[in-house]
Design a protein around this ligand. Structure first.
Ligand SMILES: *[C@@H]1O[C@H](CO)[C@@H](O)[C@H](O)[C@H]1NC(C)=O
Length: 309
């Protein structure tokens, strides 16, 4: 916001810091013209943001919980995603960034726990980014804001309170579309994004200690575009693939990863690729511990997959 006076930051409760305190202090530093609260209207927030972006601003619009992004689905998929294309490149809304907290926290129930990323990966024209920690969030968010295409940026609520990490000071960007090898390994490739990367790391630790299995953990970072080459190179090496996300199994982004990697790495695979995901049910409240793809479920799937030989 310091380097670009056309950057705006707004959404429900954003001016006083936001429910997760992500925008704390911004109003004092940048003033009411650039940091402000909106009415409780998601289609209004995104519609306004599209208009501002079309006029050359870089709006950072916040949807307070990803579960409530759906009233703005039309604005995102039919307007933001198509703006450049339908005007033959004359207009675009490339400055647009939409931030939304997603995922389970232990008590959110069905309206404060969902992971809706897959819906937005089906819409050519918007990019989808999901950081796995504070350092990643800073580097990827700055890249998303400066990206010349609209970006949806999902932040794991769980990580707001549990992740502690050194973050580079000053201007720091990470490239969109480049996965990160969170942990190198040789027996199986585990792919995730956002909070689930932490779960995969726990599972990898468990099977390393108990079963001597070596996992390569890949943090996809960006779902659109996603780094097929890094995952394919890993699966060519390990011969096994597991993808995991909190969102329900069916038509989740894991299906896309499995399909594309099966195309590329068919002859390297030594076992069927596996997905460890949420179940195909509304996100449950008291049954959350049974719904979630926990480290225990991932570890069991890893052991099972390693039995194919
Ligand atoms: C993986 O191996 C296949 C051949 O089995 C090859 O076509 C593909 O390029 C390899 N991918 C990478 C990224 O190494």
């Amino acid at each position: 916001m310091e380097s670009d006076p056309k950057t705006l930051c707004f959404g429900e409760d954003v001016a006083f810091g936001g429910v997760f305190m992500c925008s704390r202090g911004l109003l004092d530093r940048f003033g009411r013209a650039r940091v402000f609260n909106t009415p409780l209207s998601e289609q209004g927030i995104v519609g306004f943001a599209i208009g501002a972006a079309a006029e050359g601003y870089s709006p950072i619009a916040e949807i307070q919980f990803a579960d409530y992004i759906f009233p703005a689905f039309d604005q995102i998929t039919n307007e933001a995603a198509k703006y450049r294309y339908r005007s033959g490149g004359v207009y675009d809304v490339g400055g647009l960034t939409i931030r939304a907290p997603y995922g389970a926290v232990g008590h959110g129930g069905h309206y404060h726990s969902q992971s809706p990323e897959a819906f937005f990966t089906h819409i050519p024209g918007v990019k989808v980014v999901m950081p796995s920690g504070p350092r990643e969030a800073k580097g990827l968010l700055l890249a998303a804001i400066r990206e010349p295409d609209p970006v949806i940026f999902f932040e794991a609520k769980m990580l707001y309170r549990t992740a502690v990490e050194e973050v580079p000071e000053g201007d720091f960007m990470l490239p969109l579309g480049k996965a990160r090898i969170a942990q190198a390994g040789t027996d199986i490739t585990l792919v995730g994004w956002g909070q689930q990367v932490r779960v995969l790391e726990l599972a990898a630790k468990e099977v390393a200690e108990r079963d001597g299995i070596s996992c390569e953990v890949i943090d996809l970072r960006t779902l659109v575009p996603w780094d097929i080459d890094t995952v394919a190179a890993s699966v060519n090496k390990t011969g096994r693939l597991l993808v995991s996300h909190e969102a329900p199994l069916s038509s989740g982004f894991g299906a896309e990863v499995v399909s594309r990697i099966t195309d590329r790495c068919f002859y390297a695979l030594e076992a069927p690729p596996v997905r460890v995901c949420g179940y195909d049910i509304p996100f449950p409240l008291v049954y959350e511990p049974l719904y979630l793809p926990t480290a225990r479920r991932v570890a069991d799937a890893v052991r099972h997959t390693l039995q194919h030989s």
